[in-house]
Design a protein around this ligand. Structure first.
Ligand SMILES: [Mn+2]
Length: 323
């Protein structure tokens, strides 16, 4: 079923309530148009941040920037609004002083969004700790595969820290917790954009020891054919299984995405990262998130705008898989 989107040629994009991409609010979708295929929802939480806080305002900023996202993906040759139905589920309740409290309340909220047997979930962060909640629910909705979900991970960091300041559920640990929970299959995880400087080599050793394929930024700079080989191998390994995509905006260079809490030089340009996403062409998705937009550090909305385009490209991967 298509998405009921107002035309930008009829209703100006700067008018109206700013839902993601101007899709209808989930609560206002008529019963005959339920269940929707994708629910996009916000998680305004940054209690898991280890440096600049402020990603709690990310969902609002991404929604605001997304008003100018038009439904036709020219490069992928598809009209997102015709491929499937989308709705904005609003924001999950959070516990601002508690990572684990937030994890629980987001899981509880997300479990009830749409129809668990059909609806997929895209979470807008918030810091990266919130990904764990959406991954858990995506894994449940995919039928709790014993191997865990294949993961496509864009990030300047690995997020495999055991704990930071005794917090095991902060934004630098979501990937490790997801592997321990059995929701993520490390042997079918591709992590793109990793770079230094580092506190310790332990997080990388943990990742590679578990079988994660890490594609550091330096490889993208020096050996693009090698990166394409890694992408092709990972794609072959996932077969037809649904994939979870987690996208930390800090994989983009601070020159293009300054509005983030743990910025790291030497990253992708926005154009490069959109091009990399398009290299995956079509994939059945289990769920996705876009995290770590910190609007108070942003300039002219460029980070929030990049995040909204990234979310659009991620949804387009799944839309293409329906053809
Ligand atoms: Mn991250």
């Amino acid at each position: 079923m298509p998405t009921d989107l107002p035309s930008g040629r009829v209703q100006p994009r700067f008018a109206g309530i700013a839902t993601f991409m101007r899709v209808p609010l989930l609560a206002l979708v008529r019963p005959e148009h339920q269940p929707v295929d994708w629910v996009i929802y916000g998680v305004p939480f940054d209690g898991g941040t280890t440096y600049h806080p402020g990603a709690r305002f990310g969902p609002r900023a991404i929604r605001d920037a997304s008003q100018y996202i038009k439904p036709i993906n020219f490069e992928a040759e598809l009209d997102l609004a015709r491929e499937f139905s989308m709705a904005d589920g609003g924001d999950a309740p959070v516990a601002p002083f508690s990572c684990e409290g937030t994890l629980e309340s987001v899981v509880e909220f997300a479990e009830d969004l749409g129809d668990p047997s059909r609806t997929k979930l895209l979470a807008l962060g918030g810091d990266h700790s919130i990904a764990l909640a959406n991954i858990r629910v995506a894994w449940e909705r995919a039928g709790r595969p014993a191997s865990g979900l294949p993961l496509l991970h864009f990030d300047a960091h690995l997020d495999t820290a055991e704990a930071i300041w005794d917090e095991r559920y902060g934004h630098a640990s979501f990937l490790r917790r997801g592997i321990e929970d059995g929701c993520i299959d490390p042997e079918r995880t591709l992590s793109i954009g990793f770079r230094g400087p580092l506190n310790t080599m332990e997080d990388l050793e943990y990742a590679t020891g578990k079988g994660i394929e890490v594609v550091p930024m330096s490889r993208w700079i020096d050996d693009r054919k090698g990166v394409d080989r890694s992408i092709a191998q990972w794609r072959a390994s996932i077969n037809q299984d649904p994939v979870y995509v987690t996208f930390d905006i800090d994989c983009i260079d601070p020159a293009f995405a300054p509005g983030t809490g743990t910025p790291c030089c030497g990253g992708f340009s926005t154009a490069e990262v959109l091009s990399i996403l398009r290299r995956f062409e079509t994939m059945r998705l289990a769920g996705a998130d876009v995290v770590e937009v910190c609007p108070s550090r942003d300039v002219a909305e460029i980070t929030a705008l990049a995040a909204s385009h990234v979310a659009f490209e991620i949804l387009s991967l799944d839309a293409g898989s329906r053809g």
